[in-house]
Design a protein around this ligand. Sequence first.
Ligand SMILES: Cc1ncc(COP(=O)(O)O)c(C=O)c1O
Length: 389
Amino acid sequence: MTFDDPIDRRGTNSSKWDKMEAYSGVSPEDGIAMWVADMDFPAAPVLQEAVQGLLEKANYGYFASDAKAIEAAAWWMKERHGWSVDPDWMTSTLGLGHAIALLLETFTDKGDEVIIFTPVYHEFTNKIRSAERVVHESPLVIEGGIYHMDLDALEAGLTGREKAVIISSPHNPAGRVWTPEELQQLAALCERHDLMMISDEIHHDLAFPGHRFTPFLTAAPDAAQRTIVLTAASKTFNIAGARQAAVTIPDAEKRMAFRHALHVHQTQPNLLGVELTAAAYSPRGAQWVDELVAYIHGNAQLFNDGVAQIPGAVPMPMQSTYLAWVDFANTGLAMEDVLARVHDDARLAPSVGGFGTGGESFLRFNLGTQRARVEEAVSRLQDAFSDLQ
Ligand SMILES: Cc1ncc(COP(=O)(O)O)c(C=O)c1O
């Protein structure tokens, strides 16, 4: 199978397709799901073989350990990202959202402030608020068409109640790949104000040619004792349903505290997540990812070039991920009108809202799908805004 082969996920209990009508009002009958961040591609053959291996064992009882997933993850970080990480620092969780919730619970108190750079992945805000902590937004600024952290403004506005920073690296929703210098400056700020640094690196494998992802701890190794890094094969290999992530905590005391919190809740990894992650983080997995990145890069170029032809629509140049971030502010239309055109006329369901300050006039379009569908989405968008000059 190739990435171009059509695949119909409707009626398969897919969140993206089967919940899209409830989310956006756009029916999957004629609509295109472009919201939830997963991909419409068939699984890599190496994953299918891992599932086949499980089937052949024909037993799904308690299993001995998650070591093979953790060791494969440590191998991958070194091999793909030049990050030497001790597998003993890594702990499995049931995804990154789970990890963030538990980190907040373990290392911060009610009322503490947690810094995030907005617009950003909506679950950061949700998790902070659900834990009754306070969101401290540091709005990103657009310079040269792309996002930058404004660390001077952040520092000037600190209240002294901040306990932690959560960064999305690379950045969801805009695909920005932070440079080593930017990460070092952030690490220095954390040091000056004694903040815990939580680096969510779930999108790390999807940097486009010309951009290199930098793991936080290779940019700022001296920050290791205050840093926690979150990774997973879930975005890269489209296995989010298997709920497996790795939380890297170099500081022994913090690591013990975190493992204790997991133990209190009797939270253990699951068999499928361990098997799929171990299979994904392999030389064959790496080859599949290289092909995937080339494909989604092609989708990104096609989509952004097409959308840029709509007067006033400004797609942010993408450095990574399959998530396109388009600003409709300069169309001169109210967001309600933009949405009516996107939903009702173009029959597209992108992600709308929830990204925090700075994201109000943007929509996020998921391009992790067949090229033909991306072409169709561009053509429908151009038609829906064809009256603009
Ligand atoms: C930055 C970021 N972190 C975490 C997640 C979700 O992770 P999980 O499904 O493991 O909770 C996403 C999903 O889109 C994401 O974009």
